[in-house]
Write a protein that binds this ligand. Sequence first.
Ligand code: 13P
Ligand code: SF4
Length: 343
Amino acid sequence: MPGLPFTPEIASATEALRQKVAHVVPSLEWAVHAPYIAAINALKRERNAVVLAHNYMTPEIFHCVADFVGDSLQLARLAAKTDAAVIVQAGVHFMAETSKVLSPEKTVLIPDPDAGCSLAASITAADVRALKTKHPGLPVVTYVNTSAAVKAESDVCCTSSNARAVVEDIAREWGVDTVVMIPDEFLAQNVAQQTPVKIVTWKGHCEVHERFTAADIRDFRAGNPGVVVMAHPECPPDVVAASDFAGSTSGMIDFVGAKRPKKVVLVTECSMSDNVAVEFPDTEFVRPCNLCPHMKRITLPKILHALETMTVEVTVDPAIAARAKKSVERMLAVPVTKARHAA
Ligand code: 13P
Ligand code: SF4
């Protein structure tokens, strides 16, 4: 199907955005993106809609149509707060479900319902019930990268930016020294290194982060003397141990903003470096990275289509949503970082 025409009016209306992302979006591509950006931004106002975009969205989404950007925790907090009638979730399905759980009265749209997640696919509600039978009396801490049905069986959720705080908080509340933490084995092992609380793990992995190795980190350092290495805690523990900093996607952005390193490598999904490079042009980004095929399903034409047709609407069974909401709200009660408004 041919794309939308790039007229002189659209070129002039989107010029400020073009300049903002010129560093990371080639000019030939801009002619393709700009008509969609203009159409989405106009239709958002008509529909009283906001676009919540995860840090792994491509820069033309992240910087040009998103109203709010952030990591999983920040997006969950924003979904709970926004007054808009419609949320377009530029992210994967579990994020849209979390928005719906927190805002059942809002219309939540996902531009591609097949945008899944290998972690969410690794565990079912029945698996969690079996774990609870096997470990009676232990709280279940569930990474937000899971279905609403799994969250409904859990005691509290966590994200990569609050995992340790949540584990310690729930262990204190329950008066136990051990928790069950699902489904990301590596995140659980990385948290276990930072806390005296013992953790029972599950064998789920992120298909993007599990591919990085400690040998990769040695190669980045050998090829780039002085480079600062930052890794997402979904990476294997030996990768995190070999890095200079580990944190959520927003944790990495904040670290670059605070320290302004000359050269960094973000051991995570590919779009992160592009998005952060727009904000910090003086930092050089070494770019070996892995693509998340699920996040990359979200494109400008699909966002426009979602707003035009008001599809695909994400729904959650109200009984499951009510129980899942308790787990998410229990997490949101643990204090953490502030949200970022798209600039
Ligand atoms: P963050 O919460 O760090 O943004 O992570 C979400 C995710 O899917 C990482 O792979
Ligand atoms: Fe899931 Fe990994 Fe993709 Fe994040 S990057 S959505 S954890 S598969």
